[in-house]
Design a protein around this ligand. Structure first.
Ligand SMILES: Nc1ncnc2c1ncn2[C@@H]1O[C@H](COP(=O)(O)OP(=O)(O)OP(=O)(O)O)[C@@H](O)[C@H]1O
Ligand SMILES: [Mg+2]
Length: 267
């Protein structure tokens, strides 16, 4: 289990990105990080995968601070999905999914593309799980649509049976229908593999629909942690700001319908 203990991050230029965050990501849960731009979501995710070191507090795995662990071993326990589709464009779909197993494959095997047969099977099964059939296996990743590429990224993230999948704005570059489909596939795959997902989302409506738990950040601090149904209009105003006329001021136009939904929920 991954835990944050009073975690803070102050960058060299003095920017306080994360400030005293306590958080436990439970096994199997779909946990969504919400918050306006600059609130610290990516910094929090970066501290789990070891790319960013906290300046105070610690992130731990099963009780041991990550700084005391071999980061290579830790990375085998996590999958990553990014906003920009980080596939290798010239590589086949199958090759991209297999690349998720690179931390567990020797260098010479990976250079020759000689993956053990179990990994080949697993990659094919995962591609089926994200609804990509055999026709897609040998297509170049660059020939797939954005939604299909993000489904390949999901399959790749699960290659080494991760305990946790870190997803930073995984649907930011997709249209609403594809966003919903990709999140459904991510949630379904994580459920079947008993993995946690820690996922930042800008789209509140999608967070309401998919999150088991929401962690809302504001200026690096957690100002709400709980089920999506607990996000009141007042909290949303704190997260996204209130306009000068006293009306809620969503951070982006896409929030507006969700605010209406929430009014109905909290009325
Ligand atoms: N390497 C860095 N050096 C200095 N400041 C940084 C660095 N990385 C991030 N920050 C700052 O830390 C704060 C949090 O940034 P972060 O990227 O975590 O926000 P975010 O919630 O992911 O935003 P977005 O929704 O725009 O992706 C911001 O003020 C950002 O400018
Ligand atoms: Mg970010």
């Amino acid at each position: 289990m991954f835990e944050f203990h009073s975690v803070g991050k102050v960058f060299d230029d003095g920017t306080v990105a994360v400030d005293g965050v306590d958080l436990r990501v439970r096994r199997g849960e779909f946990c969504v990080l919400l918050g306006p731009s600059g609130s610290g979501k990516s910094t929090l995710l970066g501290m789990v995968n070891g790319l960013i070191t906290p300046t105070s507090g610690s992130v731990s795995h099963d009780g041991t601070p990550l700084v005391d662990l071999n980061i290579g071993e830790i990375r085998c326990k996590m999958g990553m999905i990014h906003q920009q589709l980080h596939l290798v464009p010239r590589l086949s779909v199958l090759g991209n999914v297999l690349s998720g197993a690179l931390p567990a494959v020797s260098l010479w095997r990976s250079l020759l593309g000689l993956f053990p047969i179990d990994f080949m099977r697993k990659a094919c099964n995962l591609l089926q799980e994200v609804d990509l059939d055999a026709d897609h296996l040998y297509r170049r990743a660059s020939t797939l649509s954005g939604g299909q590429q993000q489904r390949v990224a999901i399959a790749r993230a699960f290659m080494l049976d991760p305990e946790i999948v870190l997803a930073d704005e995984p649907v930011a570059s997709l249209d609403p229908a594809n966003s919903r489909m990709v999140l459904q596939l991510l949630k379904g795959t994580s459920r079947r593999h008993n993995a946690s997902v820690l996922c930042s989302l800008h789209h509140l409506e999608l967070a309401m629909e998919f999150a088991d738990r929401v962690v809302a950040l504001c200026k690096g601090k957690v100002i709400y942690e709980g089920p999506p149904s607990g996000l009141t209009r007042e909290l949303l105003d704190r997260i996204y700001g209130v306009g000068l006329n006293g009306k809620s001021a969503p951070a982006d136009a896409a929030l507006t319908p969700r605010m209406e939904t929430l009014t109905a929920v909290s009325a």
